[in-house]
Design a protein around this ligand. Structure first.
Ligand code: SAH
Length: 256
């Protein structure tokens, strides 16, 4: 006598069809994904060559090989919304929501080069935005601390950086005007929003011998990328570089 229940014939057919589908299509899907990855790598390669390393005449090229490798490596398209992904490697900033933008690749490369980071450095970023600049820096330094004033952006950036395994970046919600006192002092500070003057707390949190790169100038107008250096004895010097346009550094109390 037969015990146990018979498996209905249609279920057997369905299981067979699923097995056949998977064995037929998953290698094809993997191949398609590989082709897409290769295409994106090519786009990053082109971005670095045409916009950054062999930049047009009106721009100073960025030559630091470590910086160029970082820009070739970080998948910029994963730092923007799906609808902007096909434009992610273009020579322009892109919207990231809340009226904010991810900076143009050239500006990310230039500011990173200007900072002259070292592998043992602790870096503060003001303006995490999408987390892209923090990801680029994270490949070049020991630790990155990034402050973002828009809570939703900070949470998104934190989740994205964790998912993409940029483990040495810490993001917090806050007004970056005040820096990050508990993590200070910093070897380098990068400010990716424009301030009308260099926030004094950031000067305090910069190590002697440290450098800061910050766009200085009026909101919604032309600002100048400015290199701030603190000597071993604490003397501050500032040097203006190229004109740029950044979103403004806003203040938690609503002041500008
Ligand atoms: N570095 C970002 C681009 C940032 S755009 C990236 O790679 O995507 C500038 C960011 O600065 C915006 O997200 C804006 O919300 C943030 N910001 C403006 N004022 C700020 C402040 N006082 N403190 C911290 N972040 C600020």
């Amino acid at each position: 006598m037969q015990t146990g229940r018979k498996i209905p014939f249609h279920l057997i057919c369905l299981a067979g069809a699923i097995v056949a589908f998977c064995s037929e299509f998953s290698p094809r899907m993997a191949a398609a994904e590989e082709r897409q990855e290769a295409e994106l790598r090519l786009q990053r390669e082109r971005m670095v060559k045409e916009q950054i390393a062999d930049a047009p005449d009106y721009r100073d090229p960025v030559k630091d090989p470590r910086v160029l490798t970082a820009l070739r490596t970080v998948p910029r398209h994963l730092f923007v919304e799906k609808k902007h992904q096909s434009a992610a490697y273009g020579d322009f900033p892109l919207p990231i929501g809340y009226g904010q933008t991810i900076s143009q690749p050239y500006i990310v490369a230039l500011m990173t080069e200007m900072l002259q980071v070292q592998p043992d450095h602790k870096v503060l970023e003001v303006g995490a935005g999408s987390g892209y600049q923090a990801a680029v820096l994270s490949l070049l330094v020991k630790e990155v601390y990034s402050v973002e004033i828009v809570e939703a952006l900070a949470l998104q950036a934190e989740e994205r950086l964790r998912r993409l395994k940029y483990a040495n970046v810490t993001v917090k919600v806050g007004d970056g005007y005040f820096g990050w006192e508990e993590a200070a002092p910093f070897d380098r500070i990068i400010v990716t929003c424009a301030a009308s003057l260099v926030p004094p707390p950031l000067l305090v949190q910069l190590k002697p011998g440290g450098k800061m790169c910050i766009p200085v100038g009026a909101a919604y107008s032309v600002q100048y990328l400015t290199m701030v250096e603190k000597s071993e004895t604490g003397t501050i010097t500032m040097k203006k570089s190229i004109p740029v346009r950044f979103v403004p550094l806003t203040r938690s109390g609503g002041e500008k």
